[in-house]
Design a protein around this ligand. Structure first.
Ligand code: FAD
Length: 476
């Protein structure tokens, strides 16, 4: 049986059910990544992809195998491969959201055309989505009950079958075009552009690097995660998000490691559970996108559909505010520091993600989709499920709606979570002369003639937003 294993975001060798099944059932296997430049998430994400694929090609070689990387229109490339190499079955791992949804439909079209079997492995989550329903058989819309059910079912998590030692079966097909040994041109081109190179200097991609980072976090970060996780100046979180997004490490494999740790003396179980709970937000985000796929582009709560002002060129003031936000020029230090961190590293601390999203949607009254779009382009971990959940959660139009309305005061948050101003000084060195007390709102102490005020008044915009919410409530 000639089998194609089509990779999307499962860029690893171990803990890979689709690859394991192909190796068990087939003697002639092609493993391929198809890069369609029209179907990407965003620039930083694609820069990571280029590096990760390069690494994976080397890992395949080290296991006596071969990973093909092809470029062009996905449907045409797949069609060509199936015909040229007489593929009889295609295995892939199901992925949620854009662009995977489109590509999965295209794969179905091509396979139906040639009557080739197409098998989806729904294995990237901890448990199948239909096993995580409430007592009425409906999807959870609030995180805590979702997590309670999930944590009770951890013993039901499917183990992975066995370690993959050799990929020899994937090396048999001779690739005449020679395309397989190198990265597609557009990927190479993108990853060598100055901005992509700068961002990627902060990261090491690949399966081995992901596991090393996880081990380091277990040894050095996990015990203090609960105390440190909200402070952006401290490297208190795992920074595993891009590795998880690209499937360089499987989150279920992480859970098995954590459950083993629980039985050993050493790290307190409390610490393990705090991080496990955070990791479960990813499962929650995936479950929401699976059950409510429209939320990738529309608010979960329909009443918010027209609540936020869409970004429009017809409104130059709004465009100016949006551009200032993207560039980190809003005049509010914690917002600007976060946006600089994003631009420089392709990543931003979770607490600061919440604050910048709140400023954009609530103080600047700009549609959450414009912010999600910028994040998609600049985050290395840009992820359809997590990004959608994060933006809608902050904007207040998603699931897990707070009984009170969330409206962060960025100055108070900055004082609380970066009291000494270390994070602000790291990303905005021009603020170094300010004292730890003044740095969070420099305009309050700067002499009049030199004063740079925030481009949007925080108090007035807060009031305007609350009035808008009150109107919405009165109409519903
Ligand atoms: P840790 O604290 O070490 O957590 C471990 C893992 O758990 C993370 O890597 C992530 O996979 C998962 N996780 C943690 N918090 C969340 C959360 N709130 N929601 C979903 N999963 C979570 N995360 C992304 O991976 N991609 C995104 O595109 C993304 N966009 C976001 C947009 C907004 C507006 C907000 C508020 C949050 C967003 N997040 C996103 C969630 C969160 O900010 C990141 O997952 C986290 O900062 C990654 O850092 P870490 O790996 O050190 O996390």
């Amino acid at each position: 049986m000639k089998t194609l294993v089509w990779l999307q975001r499962e860029l690893r060798i171990q803990h890979h059910p689709a690859l394991e099944a192909a190796l068990a059932e087939s003697d002639d296997i092609i493993v391929a990544y198809f890069h369609d430049p029209e179907q990407t998430i965003g620039d930083a994400n694609t820069a990571w992809l280029a590096n990760s694929l390069q690494q994976l090609q080397q890992d395949f070689k080290a296991h006596d195998g071969r990973l093909w990387c092809l470029e062009g229109n996905f449907e045409q490339q797949l069609d060509h491969m199936i015909q040229t190499y007489q593929i009889e079955q295609v295995f892939y791992t199901f992925q949620l959201g854009h662009p995977f949804k489109t590509m999965q439909q295209q794969a179905l079209n091509v396979c139906q055309r040639y009557q080739v079997a197409l098998r989806a492995f729904d294995t990237e989550n901890w448990l199948p989505y239909d096993q995580l329903l409430n007592q009425s058989g409906r999807p959870y819309k609030v995180f805590t009950p979702f997590y309670n059910t999930l944590s009770q079912k951890l013993s039901e998590l499917l183990p992975f079958s066995h370690a993959i030692n050799s990929l020899e079966k994937t090396a048999r097909t001779i690739c005449q075009s020679g395309q397989d040994q190198t990265l597609p041109q557009s990927l190479t081109h993108l990853s060598t552009r100055p901005w992509a190179r700068k961002v990627m200097q902060h990261w090491q991609t690949g399966e081995r690097q992901a596991w090393e980072k996880f081990e380091r976090f277990l040894n050095e970060g996990l015990a203090h995660y609960e105390q440190n996780r909200d402070f952006p100046a401290v490297e208190g979180t795992s920074q595993l998000s891009p590795h998880l997004h690209f499937g360089e490490i499987h989150s279920r494999a992480i859970v098995f490691e954590l459950l083993t740790l629980e039985t050993e003396p050493g790290i307190a179980n409390q610490a393990i559970h705090v991080w496990l709970r955070q990791l479960a937000w990813r499962e929650f985000a995936r479950s929401i996108l699976w059950h409510f796929p429209h939320t990738e582009t529309h608010p979960f709560q329909a009443k918010f559909e027209t609540f936020f002002r869409p970004l429009s060129e017809a409104d130059p003031e709004q465009v100016k505010n949006y551009q200032a936000w993207c560039a980190g020029h809003t005049g509010v230090p914690i917002i600007d520091a976060g946006m600089k961190q994003l631009w420089e590293t392709g990543w931003m601390h979770n607490r600061v993600r919440m604050l910048v999203a709140s400023w954009l949607t609530k103080n600047a009254d700009i549609d959450w989709r414009a912010g999600a779009h910028w994040f998609n382009n600049t985050l290395v971990d840009a992820d359809p499920a997590n990004n959608t959940l994060g933006w809608q959660w902050v904007a207040g139009c998603g699931v897990d709606a707070a009984p009170y309305y969330r409206l962060f005061n960025p100055v108070r948050q900055s004082e609380k979570f970066d009291a000494e101003g270390h994070y602000l000084r790291q990303w905005l060195p021009e603020l170094t002369p300010y004292s730890s007390k003044q740095i969070h709102a420099p305009w309050q102490t700067t002499p009049n003639e030199k004063r740079v005020r925030p481009i949007i008044d925080l108090t007035e915009s807060r009031q305007r937003h609350l009035e808008k919410v009150a109107t919405l409530k009165s109409l519903n």
